[in-house]
Design a protein around this ligand. Structure first.
Ligand code: B12
Length: 515
């Protein structure tokens, strides 16, 4: 059931004028996965807030977050009673797909509203996503202009053009490559509509600092790593908001919203070092602590002492870097620079600065061997010794994101892409993609993931639960010993951990989709 106007007007504004109330749009964030639930609060749904930012004046937009809702079914039912002209969901590859399918089934059972999928997974695999019977439209790429186009057309009772990255099932040629929306001018884009969510539900605590909020200030990355979604999804040059605009936004989250720290989630925040330094000064003048998701090691390694000290003085608490592998063979395949020896040197050199250097690692790349993963394990262990502020991600398993060079190679070597949306839900950084390139057996990956979750002190920085903190503290030396000596067999602690955390979850929280 769609909201339709009596006359068919030609602009969204006319439509709104012609109807007594604004047409509704329902946007839903599914469950994300373990790594999101590991944090003190779910991540602010920036994806939906950005996608909705051009829509809010002319539509009544509701955001429902499965991760934060006490009863998401009740909230979705209430949202559907507004007769939305569309229901949009955001999806990442992995558990978020599984959760989305569950939510979409519920929507289809309870309404006739068209369902739209957007986000990184929909962008990378629009074909199988659109083929799912529960899906009516897929948005490839940025959502801001696309959502205005699509919601406008649907509210007018029209079919959208295959433009702005909109793939439509009802089109005569649904998988025809829809022209992408022109890149949004990030500097003149309106502020994201924070009022659509209860922002305080998303304040995160990290390393003893409360009130972290994420913020996106740029898009894209020019580094061209061959496994990264950027080479497919965020195609185009790096583009950014000016430092001045970002500082205005920082004032907003500090003074209006009450945040005390900011987590810049940009793919590569330091592409323009001067811009980054100006923003750092702005954050410091507001008393906001800050951390960044994306910086590449070459850029970090090239910063001189004065600059690094300045970053510390302005409140920098953490940088996150994709190191991925300790094997130079794999690093070359990924187009990752520098070589592993230099990775160690740079991170050792940084050991006098009190910010956390959080590095992500991945194994099971096509062509990777047991010798290669040994080098990764060795590098992690050496980095722990070289810098007390070094933290490693749990070692993830490679996922072939369609369209990336590595995925194309994997496909040439026998990997066949999942044919159905649901099947992508079973592929994830935690579960892998169904191949054991190392030949070490499935249990090895699970043991490596688990041990590298506890070999450093990240659990103390992330976990709030006192019981889990104590258990993690007790297990830490064992994990470190296991990593150092390559002991990945016989891990009863994994079962024990699962048992304890399931019991605690059941006791502490209401059931959530996909959880
Ligand atoms: C914050 C973040 C997280 C958060 C969770 C975010 C969430 N909402 O659930 C945390 C830290 C928990 C996380 C974890 C992981 N993440 Co993460 N994360 C990010 C990050 C840094 C920022 C996301 C963001 O908010 N971006 C800003 C928004 C505005 O951009 P956007 O999401 O692309 O949204 C735009 C469009 O996609 C579109 N859109 C999005 N949704 C919708 C919906 C509709 C209806 C429409 C119309 C449009 C639309 O419109 C938006 C505005 O233009 C991105 C990288 C990045 N810079 O985007 C990676 C990223 C999303 N993560 C990724 C990955 C792989 C992971 C992990 C699996 C592993 C890892 N290495 O971190 C884990 C595990 C998840 C788990 N199991 O719990 C990949 C996803 C790839 C994929 N195929 O899905 C990304 C792209 C990073 C990368 N380079 O590989 N992540």
């Amino acid at each position: 059931m769609r909201v339709q106007s009596i006359i068919i007007p030609h602009t969204i504004h006319d439509t709104i004028m012609a109807t007594t109330k604004k047409p509704a749009v329902l946007l839903i964030h599914p469950y994300t996965g373990f790594w999101d639930s590991y944090r003190s609060a779910p991540s602010l749904p920036l994806n939906l807030l950005h996608a909705a930012s051009l829509l809010v004046d002319d539509f009544e937009v509701r955001i429902i977050d499965v991760r934060a809702a006490r009863d998401w079914r009740a909230e979705v039912r209430a949202g559907l009673s507004l007769n939305p002209c569309l229901v949009g969901l955001t999806i990442m590859t992995g558990p978020s797909v599984e959760s989305s399918v569950e939510v979409m089934k519920f929507i289809k059972k309870n309404s006739a509203a068209p369902v739209v999928l957007g986000g990184p997974h929909a962008t990378m695999v629009p074909d199988t996503t659109l083929q799912n019977p529960l899906v009516d439209y897929v948005i490839v790429g940025p959502g801001e202009n696309a959502l205005v186009e699509l919601a406008g057309a649907l509210a007018r009772g029209e079919q959208p053009a295959q433009d702005h990255g909109i793939f439509s099932k009802s089109s005569s040629d649904p998988l025809h490559n829809a022209k992408r929306a022109p890149a949004l001018d990030l500097d003149s884009a309106p502020e994201i509509p924070y009022h659509l969510v209860n922002v305080r539900d998303y304040f995160q605590t990290y390393d003893g600092i409360d009130g972290y909020l994420p913020m996106e200030t740029s898009r894209g990355c020019n580094r061209g790593c061959t496994h990264c979604y950027n080479s497919v999804s965020r195609a185009g040059p790096w583009r950014a908001q000016s430092a001045q605009r970002v500082i205005e936004r920082l004032k907003h989250i500090k003074n209006i919203i009450g945040a005390s720290a900011v987590y810049f989630v940009d793919d590569n925040f330091f592409m323009d070092v001067n811009r980054a330094l100006d923003i750092a000064d702005g954050a410091a003048s507001l008393g906001l602590k800050w951390q960044i998701q994306g910086i590449d090691l070459q850029t970090l390694g090239a910063l001189g002492h004065d600059t690094l000290q300045h970053l510390v003085d302005t409140g920098l608490k953490r940088v996150t870097i994709g190191i991925e592998s300790g094997s130079d063979k794999i690093r070359t395949m990924l187009h990752k620079k520098p070589a592993s020896r230099e990775v160690l040197d740079i991170i050792r050199r940084l050991n006098k600065y009190p910010f956390i250097i959080y590095c992500s690692f991945i194994t099971n790349f096509p062509g990777e061997t047991a010798q290669d993963v040994k080098k990764t394990i060795r590098l992690i262990s050496d980095l722990c010794d070289a810098n007390p502020m070094f933290r490693n991600s749990p070692v993830y398993q490679f996922v072939p994101f369609p369209g990336t060079t590595i995925s194309n190679n994997a496909e040439q070597n026998g990997f066949s892409r999942p044919g159905r949306l649901e099947d992508w839900g079973r592929i994830s950084y935690e579960r892998g993609y169904g191949k054991d390139n190392l030949g070490l057996g499935r249990d090895f990956y699970q043991a490596l993931y688990f041990i590298t979750l506890f070999n450093d002190r990240k659990y103390l920085e992330y976990l709030n639960d006192p019981g889990l903190r104590i258990l993690s503290l007790a297990y830490h030396p064992i994990a470190r010993f296991r990593l150092k000596h390559g002991l990945f067999q016989m891990t009863p602690e994994i079962r024990a951990y699962e048992w304890i955390s399931n019991r605690r979850r059941k006791r502490n929280s209401p059931p959530k989709a996909g959880a």
